[in-house]
Ligand binder design. Structure first.
Ligand code: HEC
Ligand code: HEC
Ligand code: HEC
Ligand code: HEC
Length: 160
């Protein structure tokens, strides 16, 4: 890994600590705020699920952490999961690779917010975030990362 990349990664860790992770962006006014996991969405949203699995790097974002984990302390690895996993430290969200492997990648709910209530209701649209804003991306794609990677996400990119 080159120096610029390493700087980008360590910078991201500090930034994540400042914004308290991406969970804030996903919180909806109503409901329990529980995460369900991407597999739960698949049955009712087959098209989005298949596109996500095929095209989104988020579908294997935990691998980016795993491949670097040997060079990091356990504490540093935990910081990565604020952005590379789904709902880290939140109800129903990622805990660890052993306990919650199904939440290990950045899934549907990093953009659409926690979706357990929406899923259990059979698809009540008031319980899920349908309209998104670039602000929903910036908790992870923050200005520091954008300049480090020279890359700014477009609202319809990287999803489905
Ligand atoms: C919870 C953190 C998080 C949020 C919120 C988030 N992303 Fe990402 N995104 C990632 C991570 C992590 C990667 C890199 C995955 C990897 O390669 O390991 C990524 C990668 C991408 C990519 C790279 C190309 C690809 O195919 O995946 C695009 C484009 C992207 N995100 C767009 C967005 C947009 C648009 C939003 C907001 C609507 C958004 N992201 C919100 C974490 C997030
Ligand atoms: C603040 C959120 C955030 C944190 C914390 C974070 N990342 Fe990322 N990471 C991203 C995003 C977003 C991308 C996609 C590139 C971009 O837009 O910056 C990414 C990209 C990557 C990539 C490049 C993947 C590719 O396909 O090129 C690797 C590797 C990576 N991250 C590893 C890590 C590791 C290891 C940690 C912990 C030390 C970490 N990241 C912490 C958000 C984060
Ligand atoms: C990178 C962020 C991101 C991720 C990850 C993501 N979506 Fe979306 N999704 C969007 C955006 C952006 C829209 C369009 C919202 C708008 O019109 O303002 C959208 C729209 C939708 C819609 C409304 C119908 C449509 O296609 O316009 C559904 C349903 C949906 N997403 C389901 C899912 C499911 C299921 C997953 C996981 C398999 C997922 N999304 C993952 C960003 C994301
Ligand atoms: C039991 C079926 C079911 C499950 C499970 C389910 N949804 Fe939905 N979802 C629906 C229905 C029905 C609609 C409304 C019609 C449509 O847009 O397809 C909907 C709409 C949506 C929308 C658009 C909301 C809007 O404002 O238009 C998004 C985004 C979405 N779902 C995301 C998800 C995510 C993320 C998951 C997994 C956490 C999920 N859904 C799980 C049935 C489901």
């Amino acid at each position: 890994m080159d120096k610029a990349m390493w700087k980008a990664l360590t910078g991201a860790v500090l930034a994540a600590a400042v914004v308290l992770g991406p969970a804030a962006a996903g919180s909806l006014g109503a409901g329990s705020g529980r995460y369900a996991g991407t597999e739960t969405c698949a049955g009712c949203h087959e098209k989005e699920f298949n596109n996500y699995k095929k095209y989104s790097k988020k579908a294997h974002s935990s691998k980016s952490v795993t491949i670097m984990a040997a060079k990091l302390t356990p504490e540093e690895v935990k910081e990565c999961y604020h952005c590379h996993a789904t709902g880290y430290g939140q109800p129903g969200g990622f805990e660890s690779m052993e306990k919650t492997p199904e939440m290990a990648n950045a899934g549907c709910e990093v953009c659409h917010g926690p979706g357990a209530d929406h899923a259990e209701s059979g698809g009540d649209t008031s319980l899920i975030k349908g309209k998104l804003d670039v602000k929903d991306c910036e908790t992870c794609h923050n200005p520091e990362r954008v300049s480090a990677f020279d890359y700014k996400p477009l609202i319809f990119g990287g999803a489905h």
